[in-house]
Design a protein around this ligand. Structure first.
Ligand code: HEM
Length: 252
């Protein structure tokens, strides 16, 4: 354990002078709504940083067969995803005519250039053609994303853990001895739902602020492109296994 440092203050520990200088509105004269726009994006990136960190903890605990520890880590990740989703609502107070007054100052900057968002998607499990195209759109994928792509996904890591426990995805739903793995699987489904909720509320926000047909600053079709991402899945096998309990239920 390190020794406490007497001289350290709240301001110094949190590097507040540096942190609070990092919000630099571009509009001139400064638009009164630009500060909120910047802070919501910066705060989201800070939370993305913590989410990536906690996903590593989750993966590490799954790799060492610590089901309860992994459950605790996944619950934290789920809370963070909810926090980052809630932040979007503050931008619902930005009406279209006001965003139009400073959108031009953003240049070509777009959320689709967020390396951390792409790293979260890669770590979680996206590997489909649409995703691979999105990450190579801006040239060579950044190191953070390449590192995530080189590791087993959350789903693969969970499946291997289930295999090592000598059971199967289907069996963990009914075997009382596997209730920790069952709870962990359900928590991963909750993560997927939480992430899809971010995507859904983000598209709603985009449509509300710039309209459904306006192209994105990243050169995409805007809301149209984004709404296709809502149905992307990190855990196809965890979704598929649910249907196995309804062999004949569709006719009931
Ligand atoms: C007024 C609010 C917002 C508007 C109008 C907006 C608009 C857009 C648009 C049009 C896109 C499609 C890509 C492109 O630019 O062509 C996009 C993507 C994205 N935005 Fe936003 N956005 C807003 C708020 C946010 C916030 C607060 C975040 C938080 C970090 C964010 C993160 C992202 C990310 C990560 C993507 C890529 C999503 C993907 O490819 O699946 N956006 N945004």
């Amino acid at each position: 354990m390190s020794q406490p440092t007497d001289e350290l203050t709240y301001t110094g520990y949190l590097a507040l002078p540096e942190l609070l200088k990092l919000q630099r509105p571009r509009s001139a004269p400064e638009h009164p709504d630009e500060l909120l726009f910047i802070v919501v994006h910066q705060a989201s990136e800070l939370w993305f940083k913590v989410i990536l960190h906690e996903l590593d903890t989750l993966l590490g605990r799954m790799e060492s067969d610590d089901a309860l520890g992994a459950l605790a880590a996944s619950k934290r990740v789920n809370t963070l995803v909810r926090i980052v989703t809630h932040q979007l609502s503050s931008l619902e107070t930005l009406p279209p005519q006001r965003f139009a007054e400073f959108r031009g100052y953003l240049g070509t900057s777009s959320g689709s250039q967020s390396d951390q968002f792409r790293a979260i998607e890669a770590k979680s499990g996206l590997r489909d053609a649409h995703f691979m195209q999105a990450i190579s759109e801006h040239g060579e994928p950044p190191a953070l994303v390449r590192e995530a792509l080189g590791r087993p996904t959350l789903q693969e890591t969970f499946e291997r853990m289930v295999e090592r426990a000598g059971t199967s995805l289907e069996a963990i739903y009914t075997d009382p001895e596997q209730s920790a793995l069952f709870m962990l699987g359900e928590s991963l489904i909750e993560y997927e739902q939480g992430f899809a909720m971010w995507r859904f509320l983000h598209v709603q926000l985009v449509e509300r602020v710039i309209g459904p047909m306006t192209g994105g600053t990243g050169g995409t079709l805007g809301a149209k492109y984004l709404s296709r991402t809502v149905s992307q899945r990190f855990f196809p096998s965890l979704w598929a296994v649910r249907g196995k309990f309804y062999g004949g239920a569709a006719t009931k």
